[in-house]
Structures are given as structure tokens and as C-alpha cells.
Design a protein around this ligand. Structure first.
Ligand code: NAD
Length: 546
């Protein structure tokens, strides 16, 4: 398979910018600089794919080039299945990935159907074509670690040591997020190539296969109060218990291995080289072994908590897998959303992101300045934009992320559209977000864990979010199952819009970027959160029964 790179610049081959943008973003997801395993169509998050097969990929690209500006392409789990006449305001693409009827929503059934070529795992932004590389999670991880510091009554993480695992597409943001907060971090990964990639892209300072050397390095940095990230090659299910046994003074513990999918977590006793073959040979036995290892891994995390460390689950379902592996105390530490993030969700704040179709980094730097000018009072946002500008190495098309809320995102969208119209930016801007957002997901082990009214597993909300974004004029809308926590555990929706400088784009952007975060405020108002109610009243959100 030849390497895939999206076209750059203001010339398009598709008949609308909506279709052109979808095509470029699909291709960008599979750019070798962006995707973790592009040869298998895997973008990130274990087996999160951009298209079901190479034939399906070619057919999507061809169809997007032929699509009329008043037509809509339907994509069913990574395969283009129909084109319908709609209208110019309608999305150019509607995507449904990995959805299964409740009683059938198990990994074995999903894998059976996947093997028959009938479905694929879409993760969150892999199958919805708005993954932007490791930066996509960086600010959320940075904010989470900043909140951890505050919860420890510290101004920053200086002088603390964090232990984590998983240096993949998303997990690879952790070392940079900790050092941006001035802390020291030790990150464990079984696959040396993942650690090497993070060093190459500036997300990790150094790595070694020697645990003693790694521990000595991080302890020296902790004592000196210097920021440092060190990777160590090893299996977290062995390394975490060993560090606990040695009594290494670790202050914060989390994990971001691909625990949501037991076949994407390497059990003790299997080598990286034999991983794929062993998982394929006997998935049931592999699952049993990986859950047993996760039980040991999580038992060590609880051990660190017993010893006084701040411990949290970072959104990969490892507590539930460890529980299934026989460890009864798995849920003794919290998930990161109830522990640190929910107040942001109450304001409709979440990971807003944009991509420059020109391919020119200068376009992103101009949008950075525009955002800083739009929100002059937001000191944390300014600090973030400064750090991101200095430290983020672009992967694929230049992109930026920052957390914005209800009645904020549309201001950014309209500003970018004006900048495209005036020629200040060289080509249109794609604007989207993660499915991990305030109103777009039902996920009882993550975004909706411990909701105030007990509505954790109610999945009407992401469905309403997807329907509303479609009605509001997004360029593409996606509705997925599984995502970051695995089959049977979440339902979530995404939207992407394109600022192409036209008056029609301005109308669509205004509605989508107001309504989409508005559903987040609505969801939290309905669940009884006071701060969400205040936001709704102050910012004029109409909630009939408030
Ligand atoms: P990935 O598949 O790209 O990377 C996972 C990494 O874990 C790989 O590098 C792999 O080698 C490593 N690994 C697997 N088993 C291991 C073990 N036993 N010991 C040490 N390392 C091991 O996945 P990703 O995109 O980095 O996502 C990681 C997890 O985080 C997934 O479960 C994903 O669904 C979840 N996620 C969370 C959030 C969030 O906001 N918190 C967002 C996106 C994804």
C-alpha cells in the first residue's frame, strides 16, 4: 500500500469543500505521521480504524470526489453504502460505526461480525475522520494533570513523580502533559517502537529498557524539582507491582494502555512479536490472560493508593477489565471525569479542534492569535496556546486543540470563516471535536460515570446530539458505539464543520457550534447540576423544564 498524505492548498478536486474536507481528513487519519498502524487502517486506540478495508477506502475517496453539493454519502462501519439527494445545508457524510443491538453488544459477537467483513471498530475520531494525532488529547491530559496538582494543593507538579503506562496514539500525550505541568513521569510501554515514536515527535524526553536506570533518572529529577519524562520498556502488569514492592516514592498513578480491548492489552508472558498471532489463535484464552494481568496491574494501582498516592482511571475501562479478571477492589479509585473534569462539562466545555487544509503551519499560528484575541480574559487558555505553540510538533495537517464551551465555540468558528473569506488564511479550516465531549456521549465508566441523577447509562443524549448536529448543518456527523471504553460500554456522537469562507458556512457554523456544546449544558442541567443551571440561565439556553 502506498503511503497516504492528504492534499494541501486551496484547489479542490471534489465538488464542495464539505466533501473535499471529509476526503482530506480521512486521508490525514491514515498519514503515517498520524496513524499508529496505517498499513492495517488502524489510526489509534487499539484497533480504531478509518475505513473497513482498502477497497472501502478507495470507494469512499472516489465517491467523495463525485458527490454533488446537494448529496449525502452514508458510511456504515467504514464502508460507503449509499448516496442520497438531500440539500446544501445537509451533512455531506453521515457515519454509523460499530453499533450493535444491546443484547448482542459483546466483544466475541463484534469480532465474529468483524471477521465476516460486516463491521469495523471506529473508536471515536478514527472512523469519523477527525483524529489529529497525539495533540488531540494533549490539552485534556494537561488540564487533568493541572487539576490533580490543585487537588494535592500544589501550584504545579514540580517535585512530584507520576507513574503511568501506554505510550500509544493517545497515551503518548501523558509524558508531555506532565512535563508541561513541571512534573516528572515514568511511562511504561511493552512496545519499544511506541516509546521511540514519542521521543521522535517531542512528546517524551528519553527511554530505556533498564528499569533501575529509569528509576534513578526520575528520582534524581524529582529531588531536583526538574521536569522530566522517562519511558521504560516493560509490561505494566509486572513493572507496577515491582515499583510498589520497592517502595519507590510515587505521588500520582494512572494508566492509558489499550485496556478497553483485552486483545489490545499484552498479558504477562507473551512477547510483542507473538502478540497478534496469539490473540488471533485463541481470542478467548488471550482475553482471560490479559484480564488476569490487568487484575495484577490494577491491584498495584490500588496498592499505591493505599500508600497515599493520587490514583485515577484515565478513560480506558481498566477497572472493569481488572474486575472481570478477578480483582474485587478495582473500582476503589475514581475515573478522571468525576474526579477532575465534570465542572468543565457543565459549561459545555470540551476538546474543540481545528485543522488547516492549506497544510501551512502559519495558518494555525494565525488562528492561535485570533483565539487569544477573542478570549482576552482567559488566562489558562492563553497559557495553553503559548505552550502548544512552543511545544507541539504537528503530525499530518497542521492542527490545534483547545477547550471551549457553550457560547464560545461559534465565535471561533465565525472568526475563522471570516479569515478564510478575507484571504488571511490560505485555505478552508476544518472544525470538529472529540466524541469525548460534554453532551455527545453516554459512557458509565468514563464521561457519564457517577452522574448526579444516576443517569449514567442513558444513551438518548448522544443520539439527540447527532440528530441536532445533522439538523443544524454540520458537514459530517457520526454515531458510534464502543469508543475508548469498549464494546457494550458507550454510545457517542461527533460532528465536523468546514469554514470555507462562504455566507452559507457562516450560518451553518453559527448553529452547529452553538447547539453542539449547548447539548452538553442541557444534559447536565437535566441531571441536576447547579453550575449547569446557572450557565443555562446566564447564557440564554432554552430548557423547557428548568
Ligand atoms: P494505542 O493502541 O495507540 O496504544 C496503547 C499502548 O499500550 C500501546 O503502545 C501498547 O504497546 C501499550 N500496551 C498494551 N499492553 C500493555 C501492557 N501490558 N503494558 C504496557 N504497555 C502496554 O491506544 P491509545 O490511542 O494510546 O489509547 C489508549 C487507551 O486510552 C485506549 O483504551 C483508549 O480507548 C483510551 N482513550 C482514553 C482517552 C481519554 O480521554 N482519557 C481518549 C482516547 C483514548
Amino acid at each position: 500500500m502506498p503511503e497516504i498524505h492528504a492534499a494541501r492548498g486551496a484547489e479542490r478536486t471534489a465538488k464542495s469543500w464539505g466533501a473535499e474536507a471529509a476526503k482530506r481528513m480521512l486521508m490525514n487519519n491514515l498519514d503515517p505521521e498520524v496513524a499508529e498502524h496505517p498499513e492495517d487502517l488502524v489510526v489509534y486506540g487499539g484497533t480504531g480504524r478509518a475505513a473497513r478495508s482498502w477497497e472501502a477506502y478507495d470507494a469512499i475517496v472516489r465517491t467523495l470526489d463525485e458527490l454533488e453539493p446537494d448529496e449525502t454519502l452514508l458510511v456504515q462501519s467504514g464502508k460507503p453504502v449509499g448516496v442520497f439527494r438531500t440539500h446544501e445545508w445537509a451533512p455531506r457524510v453521515l457515519i454509523a460505526n460499530s453499533n450493535l443491538v444491546g443484547d448482542w453488544a459483546t466483544w466475541p459477537e463484534f469480532r465474529r461480525l468483524e471477521a465476516l467483513g460486516l463491521t469495523m471498530y471506529g473508536q471515536m475520531t478514527a472512523g469519523s475522520w477527525i483524529y489529529i494525532g497525539t495533540q488531540g488529547i494533549l490539552q485534556g491530559t494537561y488540564e487533568t494533570f493541572a487539576a490533580v496538582a490543585r487537588s494535592l494543593e500544589r501550584e504545579s507538579l514540580a517535585g512530584t513523580l507520576t507513574l503511568t503506562a501506554g505510550a500509544g496514539g493517545m497515551g503518548g500525550a501523558q509524558p508531555l502533559a506532565v512535563t508541561m505541568n513541571d512534573g516528572v513521569v515514568l511511562i511504561v510501554d511493552v512496545d519499544e517502537t511506541r516509546l521511540a515514536r514519542r521521543v521522535e515527535h517531542g512528546y517524551l524526553d528519553e527511554y530505556t529498557a533498564d528499569l533501575d536506570a529509569a528509576v534513578a533518572r526520575v528520582l534524581a529529577a524529582k529531588d531536583a524539582g526538574e521536569a522530566l519524562s522517562v519511558g521504560v520498556v516493560g509490561n505494566a502488569a509486572e513493572v507496577f507491582p515491582e515499583l510498589l514492592r520497592r517502595g519507590v516514592p510515587i505521588d500520582i498513578v494512572t494508566d492509558q494502555t489499550s485496556a478497553h480491548d483485552p486483545l489490545a492489552y499484552l498479558p504477562i508472558g507473551i512477547s510483542v512479536e507473538h502478540w497478534k498471532a496469539e490473540a488471533e489463535r485463541d481470542p478467548e484464552e488471550f482475553t482471560r490472560r490479559s484480564r488476569t494481568s490487568m487484575a495484577q496491574h490494577v491491584a498495584a494501582m490500588v496498592g499505591f493508593q493505599d500508600a497515599g498516592a493520587a490514583v485515577f482511571d484515565y478513560g480506558n475501562s481498566i477497572r472493569r477489565e481488572a474486575e472481570l479478571g478477578g480483582f474485587e477492589r478495582a473500582f476503589e479509585f475514581p475515573g478522571f471525569v468525576p474526579a477532575y473534569i465534570r465542572p468543565q462539562f457543565e459549561e459545555g466545555r470540551g476538546p474543540f479542534r481545528w485543522v488547516a487544509l492549506s497544510g501551512d503551519p502559519e495558518d494555525i499560528y494565525k488562528t492561535d492569535r485570533a483565539i487569544a484575541e477573542l478570549f482576552p480574559e482567559d488566562a489558562a487558555l492563553h497559557r495553553w496556546l503559548q505552550q502548544a505553540g512552543d511545544k507541539v510538533h504537528f503530525e499530518g495537517l497542521p492542527a490545534r486543540i483547545c477547550w471551549l464551551g457553550y457560547q464560545e465555540r461559534h465565535l471561533a468558528g465565525l472568526k475563522f470563516n471570516e479569515m478564510v473569506a478575507s484571504g488571511e488564511l490560505k485555505a478552508p479550516i476544518v472544525i470538529g471535536r472529540d466524541h469525548l465531549d460534554s453532551g455527545s456521549v453516554a459512557s458509565p465508566y468514563r464521561e457519564t460515570e457517577a452522574m448526579k441523577d444516576g443517569s449514567d447509562a442513558i444513551a438518548d443524549w448522544p443520539l439527540l446530539n447527532a440528530l441536532l448536529n445533522t439538523a443544524s448543518g454540520a458537514s459530517w456527523v457520526s454515531l458510534h458505539h464502543g469508543g475508548g471504553v469498549g464494546i457494550g460500554r458507550s454510545i457517542h456522537a461527533g460532528q465536523v464543520c468546514v469554514a470555507d469562507g462562504t455566507a452559507l458556512a457562516a450560518e451553518r457554523l453559527e448553529r452547529v457550534l452553538t447547539n453542539d456544546p449547548g447539548t452538553g449544558v442541557m444534559r447536565h442541567v437535566d441531571a441536576g447540576y447547579e453550575h449547569a443551571r446557572d450557565i443555562a440561565r446566564e447564557r440564554g439556553l432554552k430548557v423547557p423544564m428548568l
